[in-house]
Design a binder for this molecule. Structure first.
Ligand code: ADP
Ligand code: MG
Length: 309
């Protein structure tokens, strides 16, 4: 047969997939051996099949040469377990106070249930190629040292600033990424999965906002990118529309002007701190959407909100 007669049908099954792969080559080269810290939110985790798809995508990243590090949250899961265990919490300014019984439950849920589940989903998804999830918390190998977080609020009547005590909520003071570095640069394919728990110098266990942990870990690893997966398409403006890109100044303004509230505040603050610490770009995106990370990293169609200089 004369090959000049063969018409390329690029839409035919197989050929279309091959073309998609070939088109990803420049992006695969760009991210080759680069560290990408992924925060997987308590809300984005939702249903099991979505979480398993996330695990499969993390395996794909690893096999494409990326060095993914996963940090997870678990707020909704902790709330459910506290209810089941009948632990009554107090709230200040809408924030749960982490007293000793709450901390005990939080650690069991984060370090025990959720952490091991994600690590094992990754190991199952990567079984054929021997990609393995490794579940750790900030307590392992001296990963995260914290001190008690102090938050303040202004009393609306007197305008006097008061410290609010949220109990065992910590801020990272030191991240020692030695173990994580050896795992991600190993010849074997390990994906570290980190629970947002830290220890103070006195040995006390603290709960940490998972976005904050992701930022601190990304800074310590000099990660190239950080992806914050959540349950909204990204940062929404006052009209509820997706903001595609934010500079550091625009991000600060969004917080100051109250466009951003609640759980989006620590996310944006972390994104800004990480960019200042040298992370090239942080993306806040919808973790409930299948393959959101792949769209972000391997196509020129960004997903979510990009925060950069
Ligand atoms: P996660 O579990 O992913 O950390 P959070 O609930 O802590 O999720 O933070 C994400 C939430 O922030 C969103 O579900 C939304 O309710 C809230 N939020 C507040 N302001 C904004 C905004 N401007 N754009 C998007 N989300 C916002
Ligand atoms: Mg949150």
């Amino acid at each position: 047969m004369d090959l000049t007669d063969v018409k390329d049908d690029l839409e035919a099954p197989g050929w279309a997939t091959a073309r998609t792969l070939a088109e990803a080559l420049p992006f695969i080269q760009e991210h080759d051996r680069q560290t990408v810290v992924i925060k997987y939110g308590g809300h984005a985790m939702g249903e099991e099949h979505v979480a398993r798809q996330f695990a499969a995508d993390a395996v794909l990243l690893k096999l494409l040469g990326v060095r993914p590090v996963v940090v997870h949250g678990g707020g909704p899961q902790i709330s459910r377990m506290l209810d089941r265990a009948g632990v009554k919490s107090t709230f200040v300014d809408g924030l749960r106070v982490t007293d000793a019984p709450t901390m005990e439950v939080a650690e069991m849920v984060l370090s025990g249930a959720i952490n091991k589940e994600i690590a094992s989903w990754i190991t199952q998804a990567g079984a054929t190629a021997d990609v393995r999830g490794v579940g750790l918390s900030g307590k392992d190998a001296g990963l995260i040292t914290v001190e008690k977080a102090t938050r303040t609020r202004i009393d609306p009547d007197s305008r006097i600033e008061a410290v609010i005590d949220l109990g065992f909520v910590g801020e990272p003071t030191k991240v020692d990424p030695k173990l994580i570095s050896s795992l991600i640069t190993s010849d074997d394919d390990y994906i570290p999965v980190i629970a947002p728990i830290g220890v103070a110098e006195d040995g006390q266990t603290y709960n940490i906002n998972a976005d904050t942990v992701a930022g601190a870990v990304a800074g310590a690893l000099k990660a190239k990118r950080m992806l914050l997966l959540t349950d909204v398409p990204g940062v929404l403006d006052a009209k509820g529309e997706l903001v595609r890109q934010l500079s550091l100044e625009q991000a600060a303004a969004a917080i100051r002007e109250g466009v951003v509230t609640g759980g989006m505040i620590p996310k944006l603050e972390t994104a800004m701190a990480a960019v200042k610490a040298g992370v090239e770009a942080v993306v806040i995106l919808d973790g409930r959407r299948t393959h959101a990370m792949l769209v972000e990293l391997f196509t020129d169609h960004g997903a979510g909100t990009l925060v950069c200089r």
